[in-house]
Design a protein around this ligand. Sequence first.
Ligand SMILES: [Fe+2]
Ligand SMILES: [Fe+2]
Length: 195
Amino acid sequence: MTIINSIDVNEWIKNKLRHNEERYLHSLGAQEAAKKLAAEFGADVEKASIAALIHDNAKCYKYEELLKVIEENNFPVEEVIKNNRKVVHAFVGACLAQKELGIQDEDIINAIMYHTTGRINMSLLEKVVYLADKIEMKTRPPEQINKITNVLEETKNMDKAMLISFDMTIKSLIDRKLSISIKTIEIWNDLITKS
Ligand SMILES: [Fe+2]
Ligand SMILES: [Fe+2]
């Protein structure tokens, strides 16, 4: 059981995702994966566990509700992010983690905030949560998991695993005719240049 500021985080996330059993399972899977990754790559296991468990806490909100949370809390979110329906839940999730759970740790907040788009110069914790979201074993397709974990096992390099993950994400966004966040393009350019 994880208690933050007298709130049982497990119950909190269960309630947030009560209308979507699969999303809750996904969150538990991400928590498990994040703990393993954190232990392997030297990130803070406790922070990784919390951030991954609650990364999708706003995923069940309707688009209008997401915008309302941002407005009501005066949470700073760029216009381009607000307009992206697929991405905005991550920023609202960070806002709610701050507001409802009272989480002040910037690294945890950023890990939640950038779990969808990524961004350049991600911290170790941000990378752990980003990858855990993609390789959790409870709901993600094995083919996707294997592509990323194979690279991780072979290279022991998170950036290389991130690159293969962004490769899949960007291709899928193009196939589905969805917009690509500028933050995703920036980290793609950064990783591909360094690889
Ligand atoms: Fe998400
Ligand atoms: Fe997720």
